[in-house]
Design a protein around this ligand. Structure first.
Ligand code: MLT
Length: 234
């Protein structure tokens, strides 16, 4: 008998895993690294984030993340990509805790490699996965353990590129998501009406965040989680 968490760890064991939380954790991680952050340390608990932060000298690290989509008390940054610009994050360690995204990352620790995917770097992620010799699993963070459309569309985009450019054999589910993505390919924004988490963010005034997170291929960096920290793999 295994817990749900153990079962998940079992499914990603020894594989290359791309973790997606389009709105907004994996987009934020990618943005922070694009803007020169030294590393991102993902944690599940707020208390662990404070503990890790206390080990840094003043000015070396920042606490970032959200609960219920807003900044956590005592944290420097929330979970909007626009807070992770170069003047704020350059050379800094970011200790990040979010409701779903950092949990999905921590739930994949038995994987061979864990890389961080979003629409911002989807083609680069598909290329990196496609070039490797071992099987890949795409983990969609979803919201409160429930499927979300925006993560599924991003997974579909990655699956499509892997199949078309690298001849990857898709699982039935990945094949389904590829078709889902093709239905929205020309206008991802039009899917938003069906995205509950996007609607929540829109209702809290985060329209520009949502639009930012749906931009495709603005970077080719591959963020990789290794020994507790996410840095640029290439
Ligand atoms: C999460 O990781 O749960 C999300 O990024 C939440 C959010 O949109 O801030």
């Amino acid at each position: 008998v295994a817990s749900a968490a153990e079962l998940k760890q079992e499914r990603v064991k020894g594989k290359n895993v791309a973790v997606i939380d389009v709105l907004r954790a994996t987009t934020v991680i990618t943005t922070a690294l694009m803007n020169g952050a030294k590393e991102i340390i993902p944690t599940e608990e707020v208390s662990t984030a404070f503990e890790i932060y206390s080990k840094y000298h003043s000015g070396e690290a920042l606490l970032g993340g959200e609960r219920n989509a807003v900044r956590i008390e005592g944290f420097h940054l929330a979970n909007s990509p626009f807070e992770y610009m170069e003047d704020v994050v350059h050379h800094k360690t970011i200790i990040l805790t979010t409701t779903n995204g950092t949990r999905a990352l921590m739930g994949s620790l038995t994987a061979n490699n864990i890389i961080v995917a979003s629409f911002l770097n989807a083609t680069a992620i598909a290329t990196w996965l496609g070039e490797q010799d071992i099987d890949s699993t795409i983990v969609c963070a979803g919201s409160a353990e429930i499927y979300t459309l925006e993560d599924a569309l991003c997974a579909g985009m990655i699956a499509k590129i892997m199949e078309e450019r690298f001849g990857a054999t898709l699982s039935d589910f990945a094949f389904t998501l590829k078709f889902l993505y093709e239905g929205y390919e020309g206008n991802i924004m039009s899917a938003l009406t069906h995205c509950q988490h996007a609607q929540l963010l829109l209702s809290k005034g985060f329209r520009s965040d949502v639009e930012y997170c749906l931009q495709k291929d603005i970077t080719d960096i591959i963020p990789r989680l290794n020994e507790g920290a996410i840095t640029i793999e290439r």
